[in-house]
Every structure is written in structure tokens, then in C-alpha cells.
Design a protein around this ligand. Sequence first.
Ligand SMILES: Cc1cc2nc3c(=O)[nH]c(=O)nc-3n(C[C@H](O)[C@H](O)[C@H](O)COP(=O)(O)O)c2cc1C
Length: 200
Amino acid sequence: MHYDPRRNDHGLPRDPFKALVAPRPIGWISTLDTDGRANLAPYSYFNAVSDHPHLVMFSSMGRKHSWANAEETGEFVCNLATYALREAMNITSAPAPAGESEFELAGLERAPSVVVKPPRVAASPVALECKTVKVQPLFNLEGEEARYTMVIGEVVHIHIDDAIIKDGFVSLAAAEPIARCGYMEYAHVSELFKMARPAT
Ligand SMILES: Cc1cc2nc3c(=O)[nH]c(=O)nc-3n(C[C@H](O)[C@H](O)[C@H](O)COP(=O)(O)O)c2cc1C
């Protein structure tokens, strides 16, 4: 089959787009609002986009708390969502009122960050402390503003649980990150394979 995504005439019961660009890593974003109240929510329009400097982005449909906080305070933390934390991650996607912390809602302990003020998820094996570099509106071909806005941050401090470092390398299989597929589906990394790049 093939179809025009601008008309979405795929004839399927649900838009398959998110199942086609998958699995997507989940940025589990912790922030503080301007009153210092913690917020936590998962974003799968999330990725690393550069390692010189270390840049990550998440994209928000409308001005949700994570975007507002990251813009207003200039800081956010990306916590790694793992299989063990999947239920807690899901709970934190609930639309909690501003100021009500999803940490408590999901029974998650906070751990202090080093460089930025928002706390990280204590049980998550990886946390990227970020400072907001740019809030980038997105557009379609006609120049009309998209419903999504991209928040880009530079990673200024990194936490890795020593338990997932094996022989000097990060063992993702030990961390078991989860990733978003389409619909209600998720993948979790449990098995990896190696492949060397061709010599140049
Ligand atoms: C796995 C997962 C991924 C999500 N990814 C996104 C996303 O990329 N962008 C978005 O706007 N909402 C996304 N959501 C929904 C938000 O998590 C949800 O709207 C949340 O309430 C936003 O919280 P906040 O207002 O505290 O930032 C996702 C939800 C789940 C469960």
C-alpha cells in the first residue's frame, strides 16, 4: 500500500505514522516550574541530535508543562525509562494539574541533580542534565505552524548507574530501556548485536 500522509487516506483504523518511525527512545523529562515544583513526563518525540556539543530534543504537542518549564527555567533532565520503571513512566503521562508532581503520583523517589535544579528519577540508571538552548517552532511546507514545538537542550552533566557499566562499556541490555512503537506498543532492549562499520 501507499498513501498521502497530508490527506491521511491510508484507510487503516488508526494513523500508522508513529508505528513507522519506531521504536523511538523515550525522554522522561523532569523539570521544575518557576515556583520550584517538580514535574515529570515521558516524551517519545525525543532524541539525541548531536554529540559535538551534546544536544538532545523533545517535541511537545502544545505548550505542556515540560516545555513551559524548560523554557521558563532554562533547565530539564532526561531520565532513561526502563522496563522495570514502565508502569511508573506510564503513570507520569497522566495530565496532572500544574504544580502536582508526577514523582509522587507514580511513587518515584527524586535524586538531586548536580548542575541543574530539576531532580532526576532516583531509580533510573541514566540521567542527562540539560540546559535549554532553543525552543524551536515547527512548520509545514506552506509555512504554517505545526502543533508541535521542539525544545533543544545541551547536556551539561551525565549520571550513569555503575551497575550498568560492564568492562568499561555501558551495557544497555542491563539497563533494559523501553522505547515507543506505534499504537499502545512498546519495545524493550534486552538483546544486542555487534557490527563494525566498513573501513574508510
Ligand atoms: C510513552 C509516551 C510518549 C509520549 N510522547 C509524547 C511526545 O513526544 N510529545 C507530547 O507532546 N506528548 C507525549 N506524550 C504525552 C505526554 O506524556 C502527556 O501529555 C503528559 O501529560 C505531558 O506532561 P507535562 O504537561 O507535565 O509535560 C507521551 C506519552 C507517553 C506515555
